[in-house]
Design a protein around this ligand. Structure first.
Ligand code: BES
Ligand code: MN
Length: 455
């Protein structure tokens, strides 16, 4: 073990340089403009898996972006760990709010700053380097390992979802190891055992057949932006409850043990509000902030489109307005049912003065891994050893839609060994990732594979 751990220390600088190369490839999956870069991203991952010493490394073409697969299966009789992550990143806009160009990584204050530094390139790279440290030093791994790194996580994982259905044997495993979530706080080893699901909708309202002069017509015909605002406002009551019929019907409450655990975690509403620069927090009445984030569904408008948004004033009564609305879901809410209920409800409350169209975007199921799971316990030990502290168990407010499909179809627990911080600005300007977390993550991964070997 010492040899492996020393290797990680000695090679840390090279690891970071390689991670920078990875980050420099603008693998934005949403826009077809980056198709070439997506291919370069997949190629980079496959090269690094090969260099680490994995076998049967291949780039698997799909209808969308490629998957990268690699394996090392010589630990006979030992469990198999499937390591999952994504090489695609979110778009970078608004560009003007970045302190340095998003795809030119900068090291500052012990952190690496760039799009993808945390989500998910930095966290994926941890595991590639952990496996490299084993294979380049002792020529073997304590367990069988499969890597599956995809390019569509940020857009709903549809190609992987299709691939998974037809490749249960290739991907069969005893546990899925994923670092794509957060630590509870800086330096606090954390295992996440739950993710919220997602239902993402788009509403479009159409009023008059063309943009109108707001003086000649204002007050005589419905303004789709005004109506959209009223409609959005009706989706939530002042106490934070969501008004869609049957919305809470399938919500399962956390167990007493979970609630006790949450209550034991150090948390300050005041600090949380201060860090976000808000005077007061907002949320569903009767629940703590952690309960709201981890065990309760939420509804947020992600964007509104319509009317005149350039500098200065233009008097116009627009013809159209649209909103993108996402709902985070908890067990046992079903994104398909929620999409139906949402659609029915908004159509029923939209006034006759506008036409309404409701579209379903991507979605994903929520997941909770039973706390008694032995791989979770192994991950607890591993992270605690790496960080030198007691590991905490948390759930996560974000979503990784493919996780539930892994759990159900491969019949394996997902071990969410999150290494980011909620303050790392993922999906925002100035995304970053702590280099300390990068290093401790590699150690956590090394220890986990070792612990898993005894299960
Ligand atoms: N890494 C995130 C998931 C996450 C979010 C973890 C917040 C911890 C905190 C993941 O890459 C992600 O952003 N997922 C999307 C999924 C969606 C696009 C289907 C999300 O949660 O919005
Ligand atoms: Mn993300």
């Amino acid at each position: 073990m010492d040899k492996i751990l020393n290797y990680v220390k000695e090679n840390n600088n090279r690891y970071i340089e390689e991670l920078k190369d990875f980050i420099r490839i603008p693998t934005i999956s949403t826009s077809s403009d980056y198709k070439k870069d997506m291919n370069r991203g997949a190629k980079f991952v496959s090269e690094k898996l090969k260099e680490a010493g994995l076998k049967k490394v291949k780039i698997i073409k799909t209808e969308g972006h490629s998957l990268v697969y690699g394996e090392w299966l010589k630990a006979e009789g030992k469990p198999t760990v499937l390591i999952y992550g994504h090489y695609d990143v979110q778009p970078v806009d608004p560009l003007e709010l970045w302190d340095s160009p998003p795809f030119e990584p900068v090291i500052k204050d012990g952190k690496i700053w760039a799009r993808g530094a945390n989500d998910n390139k930095g966290q994926v790279y941890v595991h590639i380097k952990s496996v490299e440290a084993y294979l380049q030093n002792i020529g073997s791994l304590p367990v069988n390992v499969k890597f599956l790194i995809e390019g569509e996580e940020e857009i709903g994982s549809s190609s992987l979802s299709a691939f998974l259905k037809n490749n249960h044997e290739l991907l069969s495993c005893d546990a899925v190891l994923i670092s794509d979530t957060s630590l509870y706080g800086e330096g606090i080893p954390t295992i996440n055992y739950g993710l919220r699901g997602l239902c993402y909708m788009e509403i479009e309202l159409t009023g008059p057949n063309r943009d109108l002069h707001s003086g000649s017509f204002g007050g005589s015909v419905a303004n789709p932006i005004n109506e959209l605002a009223k409609l959005i406002a009706k989706l939530q009551r002042p106490d934070g409850k969501i008004t869609i019929p049957n919305f809470y019907k399938d919500v399962k409450n956390p167990t007493k043990k979970e609630k006790d655990n949450f209550a034991k975690l150090k948390f300050s509403n005041r600090k949380y509000a201060k860090e976000l620069n808000v005077k007061e927090l907002y949320g569903e009445k009767g629940y703590s902030t952690l309960e709201r984030l981890w065990t309760r569904p939420s509804l947020d408008c992600n964007g509104i489109i319509g009317g005149y948004t350039e500098k200065g004033a233009k008097t116009v009564l627009p013809s159209k307005a649209a909103a993108k609305i996402s709902m985070r879901l908890v067990p046992d809410q079903d994104p398909k049912t929620i999409a139906r209920e949402f659609s029915k409800y908004v159509k029923s409350i939209a006034p006759k003065s506008v036409k309404i169209e409701v579209r379903e975007m991507h979605g994903g199921y929520p997941v909770v891994i039973p706390l008694e799971n032995k791989y979770l316990k192994a991950a607890e030990k591993a992270t605690s050893k790496a960080f030198g502290k007691k590991t905490v168990f948390t759930r996560e407010g974000g979503s990784i839609p493919i996780v539930v499909e892994f759990v159900k179809q491969l019949n394996a627990p997902a071990i969410l060994m999150g290494l980011g911080l909620d303050t790392d600005n993922i999906h925002s300007p100035n995304e970053h990732f702590s280099l300390k977390s990068f290093e401790l993550g590699i150690l956590s991964s090394i220890y986990f594979l070792n612990e898993a070997s005894g299960l």
